[in-house]
Write a protein that binds this ligand. Structure first.
Ligand code: NAP
Length: 288
């Protein structure tokens, strides 16, 4: 029988674990952890994701500051805001909610976040830490979620052939490098890859982070493989937005050894991974 990699279950265990750890810190007299989310403009999707993060944060005892700036704001004004969050001792983590409006200089804004508060792991210092496998760097939440999911089910990646499909800065690349750091032999595929199935059929573990529904069907997999579906695509079905992964779950789950569903897989785990990053940043700060 196929093993379902249940992101919801792991998410609720992490949520419980973080709540307990935070309650202990507060009982010991420390202030609450605090995450600041900087939003520019009113993208519907961003607002939805922020609401979700606020809800999760409040449920585990993290204070979430939502700094909502109009989309007419200048890069220099955003930088001033970030500087003030960087120097505020009560703030432990900062997120710049992406995407940003076109007139905002994304790289400058991201780089302005203090690396020790960069809980999205996007500053050059954290990327360097990922490349060099330094201690204490902050791994982007989605990559951390993938690693956590595999670890939870005792799926050792060391020495395994892993195919990561997708090479984005936010998801594919950090996931691939983090897996390499754990001893996996990693192949990264992308839109220019010829005969994707030649690669996926060779893999022990397939991680798909593309955003193309049913890209991976029964022709891309074989028995004994583990498939982690990171993809999220919303498709309207009878006026309701339904979420789809990259993998044809029904066809693939009949063949492989383990598979993560969408919804209920990496998605819920990404939020808890983000708050693990916040808690780690908080712990590092208060233990100084
Ligand atoms: P992205 O920036 O659009 O990157 C998509 C990647 O897929 C690119 O590297 C692209 O290749 C590659 N690709 C496109 N078509 C392909 C094909 N036919 N075959 C092989 N590779 C192909 O997206 P992203 O930000 O990395 O996100 C990827 C997916 O994960 C999206 O569905 C997103 O919604 C989802 N996501 C999920 C979570 C979660 O919590 N579960 C978190 C973040 C993102 P090129 O580089 O050649 O263009």
């Amino acid at each position: 029988m196929v093993l379902i990699l249940d992101g919801k279950k792991i998410n609720s265990e992490i949520k419980q674990d973080l709540s307990t750890k935070i309650a202990i810190k507060i009982a010991d007299g420390y202030a609450k952890p605090c995450l600041a989310i900087v939003q520019i403009g009113n993208t519907k999707e961003s607002t939805k994701y922020i609401e979700h993060k606020k809800k999760f944060g409040h449920a585990i005892g993290v204070e979430v500051l939502h700094i909502h700036l109009p989309d007419t704001v200048k890069t220099s004004d955003v930088l001033t805001e970030i500087q003030s969050l960087n120097t505020d001792d009560a703030v432990h983590g900062i997120i710049i909610q992406l995407p940003l409006p076109k007139h905002i200089d994304r790289d400058t804004i991201i780089e302005a976040v203090a690396p020790e508060k960069d809980v999205d792991g996007l500053t050059s210092e954290n990327i360097r830490g990922l490349w060099t496998n330094d201690k204490g760097y902050i791994l982007p939440a989605t990559a951390r979620a993938v690693l956590t999911m595999l670890e939870y089910y005792n799926i050792d990646v060391s020495g395994k052939k892993v195919v990561v499909i997708g090479r984005s800065t936010l998801v594919g690349k950090p996931t691939a490098i983090a897996l390499m750091n754990k001893g996996a032999t990693v192949t990264v595929c992308h839109s220019g890859t010829k005969k994707l199935s030649d690669h996926t059929l060779e893999a022990d573990i397939i991680i798909s982070a593309v955003g193309f529904p049913r890209l991976i069907d029964e022709h891309f997999v074989r028995p004994h493989q583990v498939v982690v579906d990171v993809g999220i695509t919303f498709i309207k079905d009878e006026e309701v937005d339904k979420v789809h992964g990259d993998v044809d779950f029904k066809a693939v789950s009949e063949i492989v050894a383990a598979i993560s569903p969408v919804p209920g897989g990496v998605g819920p785990l990404t939020v808890s991974s983000l708050f693990q990053n916040v808690f780690d940043a908080y712990e590092r700060k208060i233990s100084k």
